[in-house]
Design a protein around this ligand. Sequence first.
Ligand SMILES: [Zn+2]
Length: 302
Amino acid sequence: MNYSPNKFSQQPTPAGIAPLGAATVTTGSDTAMAIVDHLRRSHLSLAEIRQRQRRIHSEVLQLSRSMNSANFTRLDHDDLRRMAMLYDREFFGSRLLPTIGRERVKFGLSSRMTRVAGKLVTRHGGGRSRTPGLRVEDRPGGQPFSDPRRFELVLSTTLLFQAFADVDRPISVTGLRCVDRLEAMQRVCEHELVHLMEIYFWHDSSCNGSRFQDIATRLFGHTEHRHDLITQSERAARNFDIRVGSAVEFWHEGKRISGWVNRITRRATVLVEDDRGERFSDGRTYRRYYVPLEKLRRPPST
Ligand SMILES: [Zn+2]
């Protein structure tokens, strides 16, 4: 999921988009071929897509031990795993994750991702692909096949929890307006699932690419590949009137300290002039403090 402002192109996709050729597909198993075929051809009505997405929404909520509501305040990686399995059931007849291999797909949550809402990490097993002793797996189609790759689908809890919280504005993810945090999570999960399928079956993936956009549109009704979830920078500006460059004050070990904001991620990086600090490009020396936004004050204007 990136921040590209480009909307999906509205023109019909050109006939026969090249990289869909079976030769690039990773496995010869019948199930895998059926899924690839489904990715290329599935034509669900928007109403049908929405109905399946709503079913997933209510089941995730029902089955979760962490989520108390659709604007949940706790989330566990099991919730994400369960969501992905429900997508598999609703859209692939529960064949997708077993085909990739359940043990090779992990699901994670990260509070350190402050701008990217989701990511798909591919690990190549840390060795050359021809290393002797490489694990050989029995593919569903009966063909032994060695593929050392492992995948991890990770969502940003920071961005999810900042949505539908203290900044009140409409939120769209993948071009679709979300009414609650769980819907936002579904959209990010859908986007990353498309990355997972592209990487697994075609060995590359880009949400700028026509194949990605074609699959995301037909399967999940996406119209964009960006999100406008609320970042810490937006929260800082809207709630605290603090931006990069703002003069700020905060209390530290009983003293009031003044500096200015150099960066905003989860916390603000505040630079405070200090002879013993490190030298910055303006020739002065500063000490860095990482301060939660809530602890910062704008100095009273004189
Ligand atoms: Zn993406």
